[in-house]
Design a protein around this ligand. Structure first.
Ligand SMILES: C[S@@+](CC[C@H](N)C(=O)[O-])C[C@H]1O[C@@H](n2cnc3c(N)ncnc32)[C@H](O)[C@@H]1O
Length: 713
């Protein structure tokens, strides 16, 4: 080790950054657990930011020429100078000993952010839908989720009640990119790349979860579930982690060799005192019990009935010659209403007892007339009659069918799945499946409404006709999963930072619809264009960053329109959405929801923003988000030096503190007061004058420094 430390010290002397990188890797290696997950951390991750204007000092890549579908040059260059008039940038190649320079057209460059770079995030509103009066706004953010998560550490540290994510499953079929490149099935590092990508995000997500009571839900399939399980254990050592198996495709998908895949997995990391609540669950939530049939009642509601089975023994050892002790008469009332008496076994060769007047004798005879046997002997049968487990069925040529409840069905009837509501005239039990019992769900789900093709893909296409999105979750599956954790939290904050088509936000709106809740969802997803569509767009000469390209990106083309459609009840074309929600409640999708939503795009600001108003405008949504994403927003620096909105106030000139505090005292719902000053003492003095319940938050005068996030990777 000391040799390695020496070498690192030498490297540091020659090249500080290289030395620091080596040092970090060495420390990571030496702190590795002897057991557990070992993986290459692939630092730093980088992401292209096609919408970000090029500035001096930026790291950039050169784009492939328009019309080409080839991969572009992967080298990283640094912008040394920009010639605005000529629309050119002077570049210097990074990471080489010899200096290499080039001048390239600005339009052929794209900014690359490495995750260890400091960023100054901002948000720009791109539209909103308002049908929810004073409810908080669901927000949809178009952006790289790692950077958005970092920004959310300012707005939501420790405040998120539930995170639901459905990350790329690493199928090897172009389902995700690392450093702007699809991770293919034959990439030797595909698992470690995936783990590195997930770990970085989970570590930030963890800072957002309420440590006292919150949950992280991650869906996954067989490709990565083993590694994800270990990663979660390592990242959330204090959480209780469980894995649910959930059938999402009952027909099953072929997996080449092996079983057909019908289910996927849902990891649930319960933080603090979080635990799934007891809910009134339909019988489809019961693991199938022996002797119980699930069906539907006349109203289509799921119902369970115990299985009454014929007492005639079938299959092996079912002939009288084999089990003579099980051959005996049963005497029944001639109208079939009850069993009157059970006779004794009749050994082979003994005379058959004669019929009794006023009774019908039932012998264990098969339909072809041959002699069979009963399932149990006479004394056991008498016991079972006593227990109410035996009753007569239809008439046959040999008397009546004798039915009984086998042990499994009888145990189910005595369990809390059933309620015994009385006994029939013949003494047999009348049991009814309990419908409304509040139960803790099992860890194996086979719920028809969780079918992803019917309640994900097909449902999405009714909201967004002719717009395709690969593999959305069943809306009801997400709703059911979240319900266990946010049912009793009507103001819960829910986050999905791989939100794809926006199913989670939609599910949260449905939960609110059921109980009048004010939960709100933050959905984050990037504006990637699906792999096959990318090719077509490139062939047309388009590139990321072009308006025509971006409009086909997931966030702008699917997520935002889906959330809008769900709320308004209209498709993007303005048509009422066809069909009804048919789940725990039924109503036309065209009714929409009384909810609000606002759409944003993440921006990357220049550190030294000279224009104060512009710098403030970009952080304004973050201040509003931190105060609960509710009511009006203070979008501009107030001309009077202060402003008070519904949930927060802003004091931008400290010598206007007196009128500001007066206004704060009057406002009822105020939660946060932002005070802009570089002077700590003045901040403290003003903070003391605020009423109870209003949290003072200090902002530096150069606004963007409040939101600088360095990762230290
Ligand atoms: C499997 S999908 C989620 C589907 C979603 N649960 C639904 O029901 O529609 C994952 C999504 O995460 C997005 N995504 C992947 N990597 C991302 C990243 N680094 N930042 C933001 N979004 C990302 C992808 O564009 C994709 O839409």
């Amino acid at each position: 080790m000391s040799r390695l430390t020496d070498l690192i010290a030498q490297a540091k002397a020659k090249d500080t950054k290289l030395g620091a990188d080596l040092d970090r890797e060495f420390k990571a290696l030496s702190s590795r657990l002897p057991f557990g997950l070992n993986f290459e951390r692939h630092s730093p991750e980088a992401v292209e930011l096609p919408l970000r204007p090029i500035r001096k000092g930026d790291k950039v890549r050169m784009l492939p020429v328009r019309g080409s579908t080839k991969k572009g040059d992967q080298h990283l260059w640094q912008v040394k100078a920009i010639h605005k008039a000529k629309k050119l940038a002077d570049l210097e190649l990074l990471g080489t000993a010899e200096v290499e320079t080039q001048s390239v057209a600005l339009e052929d460059l794209v900014v690359v952010a490495e995750f260890r770079d400091t960023i100054y995030p901002g948000l720009v509103s791109t539209g909103k839908v308002e049908r929810g009066a004073d409810k908080p706004y669901h927000t949809v953010i178009n952006g790289e989720n790692y950077h958005v998560l970092k920004a959310l550490t300012y707005t939501h540290r420790g405040k998120v009640d539930a995170i639901y994510i459905d990350p790329p499953y690493n199928t090897g079929a172009k389902d995700w990119k690392y450093n702007n490149d699809y991770v293919e099935g034959d990439d030797l590092y595909r698992h470690s790349k995936w783990l590195a990508m997930m770990e970085r995000r989970l570590l930030v997500a963890k800072e957002l979860l309420n440590p006292a009571d919150s949950v992280l839900i991650v869906t996954i399939d067989e490709k990565e579930y083993l590694r994800l399980g270990l990663l979660l254990e390592q990242t959330f050592p204090e959480a209780t982690i469980q894995m649910v198996s959930s059938v999402i495709n009952p027909k099953g998908a072929s997996r080449g060799t092996g079983f057909r895949r019908t289910d996927e997995y849902i990891f649930v990391a319960m933080v603090g005192k979080a635990t799934p609540v007891r809910l009134e669950l339909g019988p489809e939530w019961s693991s199938s019990a022996a002797g119980v049939t699930a069906s539907q009642d006349n109203n289509g509601a799921a119902e369970e009935t115990p299985e009454w089975t014929s007492m005639m023994r079938r299959g092996s050892h079912a002939a009288r010659s084999e089990r003579p002790g099980l051959y005996f008469p049963i005497y029944a009332a001639p109208d079939g209403s009850r069993i009157l008496e059970v006779g004794e076994s009749v050994p082979i060769g003994s005379p058959i007892p004669s019929d009794r007047p006023g009774t019908t004798t039932i012998w264990p005879r098969r339909s072809d007339g041959s002699e069979g046997v009963w399932q149990v002997g006479p004394s056991e049968l008498r016991n079972r009659i006593e227990q109410g487990r035996v009753r007569l069925g239809r008439a046959t040529a040999y008397g009546f069918v004798v039915n009984y409840l086998p042990d499994g069905a009888y145990a189910a009837v005595l369990s809390d799945r059933f309620e015994i509501i009385g006994r029939a005239d013949d003494g047999s039990i009348i049991a009814r499946g309990r419908r409304d019992t509040r139960r803790i769900a099992p860890s194996q789900w086979k719920i028809p409404s969780h079918n992803a093709s019917e309640h994900g893909t097909a449902l999405l296409s009714t909201l967004l006709p002719r717009r395709a999105f690969p593999f959305p979750k069943s809306l009801f599956a997400v709703e059911d999963t979240l319900r266990f954790f946010v049912k009793e939290k009507p103001r819960a904050v829910i986050l999905d930072f791989f939100s794809g088509s926006g199913t989670t936000a939609h599910a949260v709106m449905r939960l609110n619809h059921q109980d009048g809740g004010h939960r709100h969802c933050i959905s984050v997803t990037n504006n990637e264009v699906a792999a096959d569509e990318q090719k077509a767009l490139r062939e047309q000469g388009l590139r990321p960053g072009d308006a025509e390209w971006e409009k086909h990106g997931i966030c702008d083309y699917i997520t935002k329109p889906r959330v809008q459609a769900a709320i308004t009840g209209n498709t993007p074309g303005g048509e009422p959405i066809k069909g009804d929600y048919k789940f725990t409640d039924e109503f036309p999708m065209a009714e929409g929801f009384e909810e609000n939503a606002e759409f944003f795009t993440l921006t990357y600001e220049a550190k030294d923003a000279v224009n104060h108003n512009l710098a403030y405008a970009r952080i304004a949504p973050l201040l509003w988000l931190r105060a609960g994403a509710q009511g009006k927003r203070i979008d501009k620096l107030p001309a009077d030096g202060w402003a008070v909105a519904d949930t927060y106030g802003l004091l931008s000139e400290v010598d206007k503190a007196t009128p500001f505090i007066k206004a704060v005292n009057k406002a009822k719902e105020l939660r946060v007061a932002y005070i802009v000053t570089d002077d700590d003492r003045r901040f403290q003095a003003i903070a003391k004058r605020l009423p109870d319940g209003v949290v003072p938050v200090r902002l530096y005068e150069s606004y963007l420094t409040n939101f600088s996030f360095a990762n230290g990777e």
